[in-house]
Structure formats: C-alpha cells, structure tokens
Write a protein that binds this ligand. Structure first.
Ligand SMILES: [Zn+2]
Length: 279
C-alpha cells in the first residue's frame, strides 16, 4: 500500500477528469490526502473525500500566501505564470464547520512562506507577523480538533521551528504533523523529527538535493507525497501534469538512497501516514 499524503485533486487542473484520475489512483493501491489552500479548495477537498468510502481523505487550511495576500498579491508560478492572489480573511468558524467531517484528517496546508515578500522593512515585518498570526490560529484549530498539521515552509524554517518549539512551554497539547515538500538542511530535519514531525518527501528531490536528509533521517520519520499537479518527476516528462500514481519515482529514489527495496519504503511510509492521520 502507498499513501500520497499531499495531493491537490481538488484543484482546477483536474476539473475535467478528477474522477478518472482518482479511479486509477485507487486501482493502483494508492490512497491520498487532498489538501486545501484556502476555504474554497478546503471545501472541495472535503466534498471529494466524502464521495468515496475509503482511500480519499482531506486536509483543510489556509496557505500562508493567502494569509498575507494583502501584502503581496502577485505570485509567479512556473506552471501558471503570474497570477493575482485574492485576499481572504481566515474565518476560523468556517474551517471548524469543515473540520467536523470524519474525512478531515489534518489541518493544512498552513505555515510560513517568505519567498514572495514586500520590499520595505516595515511592510516585511507586518507581512511576517500576519502569516505567523494566522499560522498560530490554525495550530489552535488543530489542537481543538486533535488533528495533526501539514506545514508548508519556504525560506522560514527558523521561524517555524521557533513557533513549534514554543509549544513546549504551554501546558496544552503539542501539535504533531509533517513538514511537507522538505528542502531544508539535515540539522533542520533532525529538529523537526525531534519535535515529533515527519519529513514530507516529493518530486522536488529531483531538483533540490536533499540526499543527506533522506539517507540520515530514519524511514519511520518520512512520509511520501506528490504535491500534484505540481512537481512532476522528470521521468514522466516536464510538460506532464503530476498525479498520485507518479509517486513511484519518489519511493524508488528513497529506496535507492537508503539501500532498501521499493516495497519497504512504500509500506513503512504508508504505516507512518496511517499512524499520524489515524486512517
Ligand atoms: Zn501543496
């Protein structure tokens, strides 16, 4: 069994054929968690999961680029070109309603993204504190519903680690989760693992070298994912839309780096996912 712990079949890219993609995913013995990035995509992730009895789950949350859209509206995406991010307030009650679904297994993707940032120092500080505030509110939501989190982090490991470490000081429950699409250092990976977090590995490993992280971090701390429609493994051709069945390339590369077999990586990472997300 394989679990793709981070896919976006709830996105526009699959508007026309998501049921077909889902069918071939499930028929290949792959389960998936479709992840929301704002209210609309969170709701569609839940709707999609509820259509299937087994194997399709949802994560709900507001991505940091939406959380701070008032500061940085233009985003350039290699797949979508330049686009405008619509401002959206984080309304906790609306997300709480969604979280009541049994198919919601995590709060995500949430976190910090300092890649597209304002230029002036004051605006930069405001931008960062807005993202941190919304991140904290969503960590609270995870605590309330006793759910793990799916963390998105870009150029912000220091601040994310600070926030997660500060949980130790508070009396209530520590949130666990996964740092998705990990591209940090081995030292950062070890710190996350020490906090009870998993390292999410996807097709970005064919672009960024995190071989040392994959070799050193034990398999029982690793989750596999695609982040589809993004990050297609190069073996499938660069103009191909990514989808969950292409996760096999990621699993194979981890197996090669660890000197173990494909089935071993698939099985252990699926077990990790089932433990973390209680599926
Ligand atoms: Zn994603």
């Amino acid at each position: 069994m394989i679990i793709d712990t981070h896919s976006h079949l709830n996105f526009k890219a699959y508007e026309k054929d998501k049921d077909k993609v889902l069918k071939r995913t499930l028929e290949s013995g792959i389960w998936m968690i479709n992840v929301g990035t704002k209210f609309e995509t969170s709701r569609s992730a839940v709707e999609l999961a509820e259509k299937y009895e087994q194997g399709v789950y949802a994560a709900i949350g507001m991505h940091p680029i939406f959380a701070s859209a008032e500061f940085q509206k233009i985003k350039t995406d290699p797949e979508e070109g330049e686009f405008l991010i619509k401002e959206e307030n984080f309304e906790k009650e609306k997300y709480s309603e969604l979280a009541k679904s049994k198919k919601v297994v995590a709060i995500g993707e949430i976190g910090l993204d300092y890649y597209y940032k304002p230029k002036t120092k004051t605006r930069l500080e405001e931008f960062k504190s807005k993202q941190k505030e919304i991140f904290q509110q969503q960590l609270d939501l995870a605590r309330e519903f006793d759910l793990p989190v799916i963390v998105h982090c870009r150029m912000a490991h220091e601040d994310i680690l600070k926030i997660l470490n500060s949980q130790i000081a508070v009396t209530y429950k520590k949130v666990k989760g996964v740092v998705h699409c990990f591209t940090g250092t081995l030292d950062e990976a070890k710190q996350y693992a020490g906090l009870g977090f998993y390292i999410g590995v996807n097709g970005i490993i064919f672009k960024y070298n995190i071989d040392d992280v994959i070799r050193e971090i034990p398999l029982d701390k690793i989750l596999v994912e695609t982040d589809c429609p993004y990050l297609t493994p190069p073996q499938e051709g660069k103009d191909t839309r990514n989808e969950p069945i292409f996760i096999k390339h990621v699993i194979q590369k981890i197996a090669d780096l660890k000197g173990t077999g494909f089935e071993d990586v698939a099985g252990k990472t699926a077990e990790n996912a089932r433990n973390l997300f209680k599926i």
